[in-house]
Design a protein around this ligand. Sequence first.
Ligand code: SF4
Length: 705
Amino acid sequence: MNKQQHTFCRICEPMCPMLAEVNDSGEIVGLKPNHDYPSGGLACHKGLSYLQFHNDPDRLNYPLRRRNSREETEGDFERIDWETAYSEISTKLTSLVDQYGPSSVAVYSGNPMAFNSRMLMSAAQFIGLLGTDMVFSSSTQDMTNKIVSAVAIYGSTSAMIPDISNTDYLLCMGANPRVSKWTTVSTENTSGKVTEDIKSRGGKVCFVNPRKTESSTSKTGETLLIKPATDAYFLAAVLCEIEALGGFDEEMLARYGSNVDLFKAFIKKYPAQRVAGVTGISIDEIKTVAADITSAKSATVHISTGVNMSRQGVICHWLAEMLNFATGNLGRKGGSYKPAGAIDVYSKQDLNGQIVKTALGDFNFTNPTGYMAMPGALLADFIESGEIKALVCLSGNPLLSVGGETKMRNAFKKLDVMVSVDVVRNNTSELCDYVLPGTDFLERADTNLLSNGFQTTPKIIYSDAVVAPKAERQDEWKILARLEQEMGLSLTNESTDDLAAIRGILAYSGTSIEALREQPHQTLYLPEKSRDDLFEKCLQHDDKRINCYPPEFESAGLFERCESIFEELQNEPEDTLKLISRRTPYMHNTWLANSNKFRSGTLQVNPLNMCPQDAAEKGFLDGDEVRVYNQYGSVITRLSITDDLRPGTVSLSHGYGAGRPSMRIAERNPGVNCNELMPTGPGSYEPLSNMSWLCGVPVDLELAS
Ligand code: SF4
């Protein structure tokens, strides 16, 4: 008889509870939402389709070694045994470390690693033992601005989350929660209903995006169609207007703020009348937002990936946090706050990290949370400089995920050794010398470490592996542990307890795997935390204050850069087209490219989306084949005319371009890689956060014929 097992999805932040059905032969035959869960157990079609991914015939099952030259685009691989793989890889990496030093071996971690607790921890250990400074991650493509900004403002890693369940006013910028599920906020309500609830209880939601997204409806709230990558100026102007309305909580600012005068002087440089033209948001609209926030019983601002990638993510996050704080909404019910977490620890942090000396200059590298990384936009340049000789990719696909595919591909050919640990032979793996097969989330035990500290309903959920890893797939943490041993980096024997790392995490909150297995739905809800001591716990600067004008931003040149970008935008030609990335419900970065469900019908490729007005001006018709190009690269795709975009903005979904014989479904309809058009190289990324510039990039367009 089939049996059911509790598990949870590990694709994005909600980490939705699910029930897996396993037959007598030990095969998973069903995956469904757990509707008995207290939240109702919502799960989206991406998670529920994961079985297709689990059963994908193109999944890696054995360690592979390349037989042909890496000059050739398609790899010719042969199966080898694990011991040979460990021995050969470790010999090659050790030889490079001996000859050129540990930083000649770079490590790139992809987004799936964040949803694999044991891999996350073992990768940090591997990097530490290896001693390399060349640490790269997908995090510089989506959120490192929030890490450095929080450290500079609070002196700790206390990034706050919006209290979306209780707020009376939500300013939601660069986010599409109905599709992307609240990035860096984990909520059980994944359907977007949470924004409908705000309106139902008499509150208001204001979306700010260059595109009216699926999240913005008559049941939620309207969208202010902002010009791409101008959010910093909009936020500064809203703050400026709020102050003029007397909406600042001066008592709060005096009690907890430092450098308040410098902050106020900054926002005064960007009044509504100055920024309206650059942002495309009228003076009246800016004043309305300011008035709404000022009059709301509680209000909060949430910025997400669209803003993070806009080349001023640090400034935007700082201004959003300042808005929450200066209006008295920090720590207020319905404002922003720091929820309970499994690891409820507040440690003092600063941005005075080690100085990493490289051929491309000195980098102040600090890694308070483990999610910081060197600029992904410089990975190819570091390789070209000869500084990086080997690359180990952990659940990552930098060829598609980082800007400049052609440049990256050429750089990769110059590496002495390239290793990939992944579940499929993705575009990057295809160029590797060794490809090692990892597990999917149904094949490994885990807990929801990633969502620690940003869940609206704090809880710990545990899942055993639903089935054992198929064929010779290995838990990623074991692969790294064995490599450490082979390289002589770790003398300890591999732990005999596979779950030791998870036990360690759970011990922080006084629970255990055994206790969680006994809990309904294998879930332990954490008691709601009092917000009374938020300031006491989160403010870790020596003066125990919120730094309203962090000196680190000044020394990194961010304020000056903010003004020079403003002047650049003021002077750019009226008809400049800006490219933004568009996430659809049928893709997730490069993860789901080899799924029939997500590569059928109109989803087969990623068209360039353009509004009717721009298309008419250029004489383009829906379905035309167009070449999109700029100084960084070009792609050819179909034009799709849509009325949800602001004029002057075009959009293209990322995560496409995976045309490899090793991924047969993706190969049939690969689509194009929008990152081919993204800036790379020195000066292309945001100082301090190392964030790539992936939103609001100027492009030109012509008919492909
Ligand atoms: S919302 Fe995210 S975590 Fe939940 S089922 Fe969908 S993909 Fe999985």
